[in-house]
Design a protein around this ligand. Structure first.
Ligand code: GDG
Length: 498
């Protein structure tokens, strides 16, 4: 970590997220142990929490039978950023398994996920799921208060702790935390970040309890979204649902005698880590064909069906690519308990079979489809050695795959990134080829253009893309969030503290 990479919070911090930064599992001997999560978010936020002796509140990934079961320490060989998070810095949230199912699979993933991605036809509206969401959010709020009281009684006492709540699972918690903290005379700052899009008002108001969502979020001092569009949607909803006074230019909402700030804070990736992975990863693709790469959770928002159809159209309209290109699609199993996801799996299996059946020759198959997860090393090698990165969601908060692809483009000439304008990434990665995944012919043409793009144009576009992501990496994002909360410690302060 170079000096400029140091991110520190001026006070202590409590991160609240649906999942802890690791999951608990039973090993062969039946003992609980931690399994670290490798995501960019955890990598960026965990060191800040560890440095400021902060706490992390979240669900541990399994339903613990014994309420007093202690959280195990990390494995001594664990070198991930969460290893520094000692068990007394972790507050694990326990929720009745049935309630958890209605909250998580029901309200979060069958209601908010499709609705916030502007796919209301896929959303179910169910009072029981909503009540479970309220119960779960109350439990997260209670655990956060436990964490706050814990901080008040430690060496950190005296500073104003920052509470950072993550994502659509926890949109109600802030207001309850604020009220209870006020009642107990504990001061704190509350911030929220939404990792998915915030929908326009005419979609948002389809949710029968939409006022409660806004009131919950407005318990914060600052609310962050990836891009300005989502900020404006939120401000709009506050004005139209709740009648709040708002300032669109400065992104402010007046509510309950307070002014809540709203900010676009586009997330980035650990850029240098991906460069390093790409430099070290051994070659795994032994092929003479050019590879078009897709990497996604198997989710209907990611536009996978449209992508396969566009690739089929490419082979139809530009037969010169037959036997010369392959589509490598990695689809990571996700939310397999939800019906929509099981149906999508079926649809993909059939479509891959149909297209491969139609075009395969004795020496070539057009689609290589991996339903599963690959290692970080292999992923970096795929990113590095692909000619085209195909990121075509129908809707996506940001999309980190687009950013990881450009970070790994260390070869000359580099590959070409294609990105959908309906992803947050499409909003900022201007030098990518922008492609509307709804129009299959146009998408096929975009792939053709990427495959035939001259080297000098590839180099120029990729240089710009890489420069931007290198500067605006995930540490920059964390710093920006802390700065927006007034909690960023400056480099000078940091040097003084030593
Ligand atoms: C949500 C928002 C927003 C994927 N396959 C493998 C693998 N991955 C990793 C990727 C990437 C991550 O998973 C996926 O991130 P995305 O951003 O693409 O998508 P969501 O999971 O939907 O995330 C999204 C994000 O939150 C952050 O705010 O950008 O819009 O929906 O990091 O590398 N990793 C490994 N093997 C795989 O097979 N190791």
């Amino acid at each position: 970590t170079s000096r400029s990479d140091v991110v520190a919070s001026s006070g202590s911090m409590i991160v609240v997220s649906n999942r802890l930064p690791f999951v608990l599992e039973k090993n062969k001997e039946g003992n609980l142990c931690r399994k670290a999560s490798a995501g960019g978010l955890v990598t960026a936020v965990a060191p800040v929490v560890v440095n400021c002796k902060g706490l992390w509140v979240g669900w541990p990934g399994i339903h613990l039978e014994d309420p007093n079961q202690p959280i195990p320490e990390s494995d001594p060989n664990d070198i991930t950023p969460t290893a520094g998070l000692k068990s007394d810095k972790v507050v694990s949230v326990r929720i009745d398994p049935q309630i958890f199912d209605s909250y998580y699979n029901g309200c979060c993933n069958a209601t908010f996920w499709p609705l916030f991605h502007s796919m209301p036809d896929r959303a179910t509206f169910n009072g029981e799921h909503w009540r479970a969401y309220i119960t779960a959010n109350k439990e997260f709020a209670n655990c956060t208060l436990t964490a706050l009281r814990k901080l008040k009684n430690t060496e950190n006492a005296g500073d104003v702790p920052l509470i950072w709540i993550h994502d659509y699972h926890l949109m109600l918690a802030a207001n309850w935390i604020r009220q209870a903290a006020e009642d107990e005379n504990i001061s704190c700052k509350l911030g929220f970040f939404l990792h998915i899009p915030f929908p326009p008002w005419d979609i948002f108001r389809l949710f029968p309890w939409s006022d409660e969502i806004l009131q919950g979020m407005l318990g914060c001092d600052m609310i962050g979204f990836h891009i300005t569009d989502y900020c404006l949607n939120f401000v709009d909803c506050c004005q139209r649902n709740l009648g709040c006074r708002v300032d669109r230019k400065n992104l402010l909402v007046e509510h309950g005698g307070r002014t809540v700030r709203v900010r676009p804070l586009p997330i980035g990736i650990p850029f240098e880590r991906f460069v390093e992975l790409a430099e070290k990863a051994p070659k795994v693709l032994s092929t003479t064909q050019k590879i078009i790469l897709g990497v996604d959770r198997l989710d209907y928002t990611k536009g996978l069906v449209n992508r396969l159809l566009a690739f089929e159209k490419l082979l139809e309209k530009h037969p010169e690519h037959k036997e010369n290109v392959s589509l490598l699609q990695i689809a990571v199993p996700s939310r397999t308990d939800v019906k929509e996801y099981q149906e999508l799996k079926e649809e993909m299996d059939q479509l891959v079979g149909r297209i491969n059946g139609r075009f395969t020759t004795p020496n070539w198959s057009p689609i290589r489809y991996i339903y599963g997860c690959v290692s970080q090393n292999d992923l970096a090698a795929f990113y590095r050695d692909s000619a085209v990165g195909l990121v075509t969601p129908l809707r996506d908060g940001m999309n980190l795959v687009a950013k990881e692809f450009v970070a790994c483009q260390i070869n000359t000439p580099p590959g070409v990134l294609i990105v959908s304008p309906f992803a947050g990434a499409g909003e900022t990665m201007h030098e990518a080829l922008i492609c509307n995944p709804y129009e299959i012919d146009g998408a096929a043409e975009a792939i053709h253009r990427a495959l035939t793009m001259p080297d000098d144009e590839r180099i120029l576009r990729m240089n710009y893309l890489r420069r931007r992501e290198k500067i605006n990496d995930v540490n920059y994002w964390t710093r920006s969030f802390l700065a927006a909360m007034g909690s960023l410690i400056t480099q000078e302060d940091h040097d003084e503290i030593g």
